[in-house]
Design a protein around this ligand. Structure first.
Ligand SMILES: Nc1ncnc2c1ncn2[C@@H]1O[C@H](COP(=O)(O)OP(=O)(O)OP(=O)(O)O)[C@@H](O)[C@H]1O
Length: 666
């Protein structure tokens, strides 16, 4: 039976009543929107307030739009009477009420909706019956009941299974209708709580992170509107894949970026071993010393001339000022404070002479030439680039800054083989970007966001984690990842270490264990790699039986494999070693296809995906080409292979001419 057709045992009168409730809710939403449209910003006093109010009204009107293909509600709870809440609740993507403020649909994020996700026969949470609705297009065509009273048994939900197994097309979609209890626990963790989620491929980590952002924005709207929420993902292809989930949940004000997007795009190539040293947290004290070593012990005092008078501040006084400021403020505010303290001393001298200078005089003195000159000599103005340029090109300076934190070999590795003539012409690498960010923060405090969601966090270096950590130091984080999918030379092997470098030691590590993407047969095949890449992890479990989903073929062509899956429904990803992209594209010239481009919307069902871009993505049918080449292309190639083998929703075809990596043959 095709999905969501009316099953013979669904009473049509009950279904008709639910359809009436849907129609009533739609009409109420329309009325809410019309009301919002009728409101005028003229009530605000001045022009600026009017503009702000108008923009808020516009946002409200946009948020109240009804998308006919998106179900307004997907669940219903019938509850025991006896508390202040309604006995019947419809759970949906947004709140809808009628003209008398009676709620027709309740937002999935409201506290009362929690029971929709969590209630079970063991703990019914006052719920007598949970109803799930099935839709076809925008039309409500089916429902399914789960009694939750004492002694009742809950069988597997067909609507839920169908939703999970629906073929994938286009970008990622939200999972509000089918969030699972353990996922819901993470989504609804309190704002103050940093959560770190270890989860095998396809267990819903990304989905959970996005829904948590939406939940927190709903629950702490005002606070987070001020401080902000940001999602950090592995690459732009991934961002484009997840980009429509939050807007579909009504949240448009969340920045979604990559580490490079946040710290600055720096393209200089670098030996991974050097990058690993630069990514190590031991670089933090080295950078701190490198910066503060620029402060010079004052040998002279200050002479400030005003008319015929000279006001002097002695050298030892300047030394005391510098000593008291050093280490108690960040570098640039410290510099400004030194100028002010010098000026203040001059003012004291003026007062001693009987003058009565005010604050404006102090500011003028602080900006005067002699004060500026002295400050520049003692506490020079610097940029992060200047400091890092010196550190990477001057062995003696590096030695002094490194002390015993870096070995002589490591220092040798850090130094540029061919130093750039000036910091302005230097080309920086991705690892340098995190060092520059650290220096920037030592100079001036980085503002903190309210909440940060970090995906694929296992791949971040300690210095990158520190950079992200300062962006949530007054807030909290959701850290998502899989130790088995670490593909960088500095990939972590412990979440406690990640939390420590993020500055969120109190964060709670939890695990998602049930896979929603990859069929069991495919997951078991990929799991053969686990003993080699992450022996400490248990083999992942899949919700999806998917018998016949795996084909391993020696000597087949990509075109032939692609033709076979093109005959089926859903998206197709041909994942190839990066070096083979052009050749495989050429071999598919007879079939309409595209090469995955992070910056363009993908209109083709058939996509060629370079192995290094596949992280976080998924396709109905995946063809993985030449595993041995994927493994050999990089130091953590086996982990890369694990990533690419776990992208399939329905079928995986592995094509190889060369022998398969031994670990797969087990
Ligand atoms: N509760 C759920 N209901 C329906 N679909 C779900 C649920 N949880 C996850 N999924 C789906 O499973 C797929 C995998 O989810 P997601 O990409 O979030 O997993 P992941 O753990 O981040 O995977 P990876 O580690 O491979 O990046 C997605 O299509 C997602 O929509």
């Amino acid at each position: 039976m095709p999905a969501h057709q009316l099953a013979p045992d669904i009473p049509s009168d009950v279904l008709a009543a639910e359809q009436t409730h849907l129609a009533e809710s739609r009409a109420a939403l329309k009325a809410m929107r019309a009301h919002a449209q009728s409101l005028s910003a003229d009530a605000a006093g001045d022009w600026v307030s009017q503009q702000i109010l108008q923009s808020l009204l516009d946002q409200r009107v946009a948020a109240l739009a009804d998308h006919p293909d998106t179900p307004l509600f997907f669940g219903r709870l019938d509850r025991e009477a006896g508390d202040d809440l309604p006995v019947t609740i419809y759970v949906g993507r947004r709140h809808v009420h009628d003209g008398t403020s009676r709620p027709l649909v309740i937002d999935w994020r409201a506290p009362v909706s929690r029971a929709f996700y969590q209630a079970s026969p063991a703990d019914p949470m006052r719920v007598v019956r949970r109803r799930r609705f099935g839709y076809h297009g925008g039309a409500l065509t089916a429902f399914e009941d789960e009694p939750l009273g004492e002694g009742s048994e809950v069988g597997p939900s067909k609507i839920l299974t169908e939703e999970i197994e629906r073929p994938r097309t286009g970008p990622m979609r939200d999972i509000v209708a089918t969030i699972q209890p353990d996922q819901d626990e993470i989504v609804r963790a309190t704002l103050a709580q940093t959560v770190c989620v270890q989860g095998a491929p396809g267990t819903g980590k990304t989905a959970v992170g996005l829904h948590r952002a939406a939940y927190l924005l709903f629950t702490h709207r005002e606070r987070l509107a001020r401080s902000g929420v940001m999602i950090v993902g592995p690459n732009r292809a991934f961002l484009s894949y997840i980009s429509s989930v939050l807007p579909a949940l009504g949240e448009v004000k969340v920045d979604q970026t990559t580490v490079a997007g946040l710290l600055g795009e720096h393209a200089a190539e670098e030996d991974p071993m050097v990058a690993a040293v630069k990514g190590d947290a031991r670089m933090a004290p080295v950078l701190e010393r490198a910066l503060w070593m620029h402060i010079v012990k004052p040998e002279e005092g200050l002479v400030f001339t005003k008319g015929a008078y000279r006001f002097r501040v002695a050298d030892y006084e300047v030394r005391e000022m510098v000593a008291s400021l050093r280490g108690t403020t960040r570098y640039l505010p410290g510099r400004a404070a030194l100028a002010q303290r010098l000026a203040h001393q001059v003012l004291v001298r003026m007062e001693q002479r009987g003058e009565s200078p005010d604050d404006r005089v102090q500011d003028a003195v602080a900006r005067s030439k002699p004060v500026k000159q002295l400050v520049e000599t003692v506490w020079p103005k610097l940029t992060p680039e200047q400091v890092l340029h010196r550190l990477l090109s001057d062995p003696e300076f590096l030695l002094k800054a490194a002390k015993s934190d870096l070995s002589p070999d490591e220092q040798e590795m850090l130094l540029w083989r061919k130093p750039y003539r000036s910091w302005k012409s230097a080309k920086w690498s991705a690892a340098d970007a995190a060092l520059l960010d650290e220096l920037r923060d030592l100079m001036e405090r980085t503002p903190s966001l309210g909440h940060l969601v970090v995906d694929e966090a296992q791949d971040l270096s300690e210095m990158q984690l520190r950079a992200l950590g300062r962006r949530c130091r007054n807030g909290s984080a959701t850290v998502l990842g899989d130790l088995a999918q670490g593909t960088t030379p500095w990939s972590t092997s412990s979440w406690e270490t990640v939390l420590k470098h993020l500055g969120q030691d109190e964060g709670e590590v939890t695990e998602l264990t049930l896979g929603f993407r990859v069929p069991r047969e495919v997951l078991d095949y990929a799991a053969r790699l686990l003993p080699s890449i992450a022996p400490e992890l248990a083999a992942p479990r899949s919700l999806r039986p998917g018998a016949g989903s795996l084909t391993v073929r020696a000597g087949g062509t990509v075109a032939e494999a692609a033709r076979q899956v093109l005959a089926r429904e859903g998206s197709i990803g041909v994942i190839v070693p990066d070096a083979m992209v052009a050749a495989v594209s050429e071999s598919l010239s007879g079939l309409p296809h595209a090469v995955l481009d992070p910056d363009a919307t993908q209109e083709h069902r058939l996509l060629i995906v370079p192995a290094t871009l596949a992280k976080g993505l998924e396709y109905d049918h995946v063809i993985v080409v030449e595993p041995a080449d994927i493994v050999e292309a990089e130091p953590r190639g086996l982990a890369r292979l694990y990533v690419v083998l776990t992208r399939a929703v329905t079928s995986l075809t592995v094509l190889h001419d060369r022998p398969l990596p031994a670990q797969l043959g087990a």
